[in-house]
Write a protein that binds this ligand. Sequence first.
Ligand code: ADP
Ligand code: ZN
Length: 683
Amino acid sequence: MIDQEVAAVQVAVDAPLKNQLTYLQNENFSVSRGQIVTVPLGKRQVRGVVIGPAKSTDLEKAKAAGFDLKRVISVDDEWPALKDPFLKWLEWLAQYYAYPLGRVVQLCFPPLSKTTTARASKRAAVIPTVAARSEHAPTVEQTACIAGIQEHKDFSVHLVHGVTGSGKTEIYLKLFEKVLEKGQRGIFLVPEISLTPQLVHRFAERFGDKIAVLHSQLTDRERTNQWWDIVTGNKKILIGARSALFCPIEDVGLIVVDEEHESSYKQDEKLKYNGRDSAVMLAKFMDCPVVLGSATPSLESWKNAVDKKYHLHQLKSRVENRPLPNIQVVDMRLEKDLPKKSIEKPYWLSQQLYNEMKATLERKEQVALLLNRRGMAHLVLCPECGHTAECPNCDISLTLHAQSHLVCHYCDYHENFKIKCSDCKEGELTPMGLGTERVEEDLKKLFPEANVARADRDEINSRAELEELIEKMEQSEIDILIGTQMIAKGLDFPNLKLVGLLLADIGFNLPDFRSSERSFQLITQMSGRSGRHTKADENPGQVIIQTYNTTHDSLLFAQNHDYEGFVQNELNHRAQLNYPPFHKMTAIRVQSLSLQKVKDTCHVMSQRAHAAKEKFAIYHDIEILGPAQAPMAKLRNQFRYHLIFKHPQSQRLNQFVSFLLGDESWVESQVKVLVDIDPMNLL
Ligand code: ADP
Ligand code: ZN
């Protein structure tokens, strides 16, 4: 006789349900925790994962309600059952990020079925075959860092703070070598944008065909093959963007999160998880070390290191004592007062940067210019009536591209550019502000001999295009590269000696409490591309930062390579305002096609929040901000408002939010209520 405990099981199904559902075992077989099953749900059949035996109380409740429990239909043994440290991690994700477990589990499967045909030809395209290269002898700082991390066999979090070019990647390679020696597997997580061929090459050189790679540009077949290679243990090191964490790998000996400060680790939709934080938790469940690396660690990680929750390892100098770049700041406000020179210089280019560019090009060295804004012009404006061209779907001005069409950078709305103002019918729309496309055009006129290339999302749409660009930079077929933040991260070009930031001010004043931190990171990362291979006795790489705001904190500290000074200053600000990393934050965004419905829902939510705060002592300390219009008040036709909640403890905050939302029956129809735990983007 089967006892009641295992007569029925709890299944997390692929549906937007907060709770798991109870199913009777199939008459012919029984299933247990971690198995992937198909179960009936209404008229449909859905996939789910068995979480465990049903509680007798659930069975009694169903019986009392006269509810007929359905049976498990089949076991899907195509995929391996999810085993425990990993399944426990999935349960943690669902709970922490307030997202249905059944939906979280769906992220763990490859897109296609396992293939039975030969796959050698496909694989060659994903991982380059590379001749093994001789290794560097580690520097003193690298040796100390490696030894410090290897003291720990169990769960421990290590923050590697090393200046750009200090050899952090080399440290990761050494650590993974040891993992392989022990017969274990490793995960190397990188932001999608830095998952460049250069990085994969370095791993391929060291580990040959032991690596698998997962990123968004693989075909479904490639992705499925890579998935199986690492899951079966055929491959040993998985390199991937944040979603690589969902590969159910056993016996993980090390997880490394490179560029841990990157906000792109955070997924902005559906399961709004942070890949870095989730990696730390996965390591905790797997009981292995996790390494977070950056030249500009996030304030969250830095504070954890200061509070001794994380082990801190610092590398203060570049390898082989290569000099850090020399950073100069140019005040663009003074440029207009300079005596006119014979050359026709565009207004966005300072005399100093122009001179440096000329000298650099004469030495046959490369220049990279950063402008974090695409297109020809930031906005087009009618000088007669002040009308600006705006996106009809979003509360955002349209950007002029190729002098011919206007584009919305949020929803991709396009229209032809017509000179006559559509509003006053009098004036002629004039392009204002600057974009990468305009800079490229000006540069070609200014330096007709130079090869100019542009790297932004209009120009570089695929990995293949990025690869081609990198190769051209490596071969010095490009003299001047102009790009958005796409070129700021992870790239290593030996002949790049001058970096210019054309308008550092973009980003200084975004209405987001992390705007200073982001600016500091971007300036430091971009500066770090300059002179990476300059020898100790050579002139250092040059960086010229153009700005209208020379006294901005993030600029002053970046100029002196003073990360610690910056974080101390920024932590003081954050502490005063109870911002992360001191308090935890949760944002609830309300959006709908109807502005009235958004406002009404926010009003009710705010009332519920204040009532709960008053009534329950445990919620007295919850700070409630808003409701307020989101800085991007309308996107893709949806009106957007948000409420923000803060408290020192994430658990209390999560409890409050789930109480506040309840069963959401009070939410108006056609209104979306989106919960974002630890939000990275408040726009
Ligand atoms: P980071 O990741 O800190 O920016 P990298 O690991 O990319 O630094 O190292 C910067 C450059 O120095 C790379 O070209 C790398 O091959 C080289 N390098 C790393 N470690 C050493 C070493 N110990 N000796 C000589 N060169 C090294
Ligand atoms: Zn739009």
